[in-house]
Design a protein around this ligand. Sequence first.
Ligand code: DC
Length: 223
Amino acid sequence: MGKFSIAIDGPAGAGKSTVAKELAKRLAYIYVDTGAMYRAMALHFIRNGITEGDSGAMEAACDTADVTITHKDGEQVVLLNGENVNGLIRTEQVSHMSSVSSTNKKVRLKMVELQRNLAAKENVVMDGRDIGSYVLPNADVKIFLTADAKVRAKRRYDEQSAKGIECSLEQIEENIRERDYRDSHREFAPLVQAEDAVYFDNSGLTIDETIEEIYRLCEKARG
Ligand code: DC
């Protein structure tokens, strides 16, 4: 029997990973955070001293990066050349580099192959930017999850502040808008809503309300 796949795409900070993780838990599916894969690649480039404008060096370095995904206690673990890099890929430096290096076609094709292989073997909830539009065009459920940039910035600001990290709301909003622009204007497999995706703006909803509504959509699709 074919595997069931749920694709959740949208811009940074819309709550995709929180929603996807909870859905995967409820449905006993595998959660695949594709952003983390691009982040691991970005870490590899940073470690190799590659600057963001050097796409030739990036493409050459693709061949020395082995990114794989495993799961431990329900959490996705990203391995870069065998090393668990989960704790190293959430920095601002990696966020920025991943946003730049994920525009590279060779980087993307490498990650897409890995993502498709995962979805062929397991029932998945996969989140990213191009899952419904490019990686899994036949996904059983496609959600395009978004929220106003100001709302997304405020959520990120509250998250950071709660962790005691000092930050500026204006700066976060500017970074979000910059990433939105880059993600949706790149040439190859940009962030777009797939034609058959359900558009879901959660600006006025809590994360719990968002989860409940999307869960309902998935249950309906599963029959
Ligand atoms: O979702 P995230 O913020 O962890 O993703 C990090 C970067 O990777 C983001 O700038 C966009 C890129 N990305 C992508 O291009 N395609 C995906 N499927 C997932 C992430």
